[in-house]
Design a protein around this ligand. Structure first.
Ligand SMILES: [Fe+2]
Ligand SMILES: [Fe+2]
Length: 137
């Protein structure tokens, strides 16, 4: 399987989880519950982002003359980590809800950009075999 297909599938799973989280968020009563969602998401999103940076984007960045799209993606990954770190120490539930919602909105836009711009760029620039080798890794 091509790495881009694997990453797209992971996006689909995350987006389904985001839909559920956004639905349940207004009903959560305690700060601990909202923080728990952030703690559950953090390692999964971290692994996903590491795969992109270490396998997908690092393979592509060497052959692209225009690096800007990938710098933006790296900054988004950093922003996601910052928001979840702030959520972990949020002082009250209103702030925690706001941080979690902000992270989800940002990640939805980020995934869409990867799906519509970054991954097609990779699929154009790299051979199918290379994409599959990266997928196996
Ligand atoms: Fe990403
Ligand atoms: Fe992604």
């Amino acid at each position: 399987m091509r790495i881009t297909d694997i990453l797209r599938t992971e996006h689909t799973v995350f987006v389904a989880a985001f839909d559920q989280i956004e639905q349940m968020l207004p009903q959560l009563q305690t700060l601990a519950e909202v923080k728990l969602i952030g703690r559950l998401l953090e390692p999964l999103l971290h692994q996903h982002g590491e795969k992109e940076e270490n396998l997908a984007y690092s393979a592509l960045i060497h052959i692209l003359t225009e690096k800007q799209p990938f710098e933006r993606l790296h900054l988004d990954h950093q922003e996601k980590s910052d928001l979840l770190a702030q959520l972990a120490v949020a002082p009250d539930i209103t702030e925690a809800r706001h941080l979690l919602r902000t992270a989800i909105v940002m990640l939805r836009v980020h995934f869409l950009y990867e799906d519509q711009v970054a991954f097609p760029l990779m699929e154009k620039a790299l051979q199918k075999e290379s994409l599959e080798t990266l997928g196996n890794a």
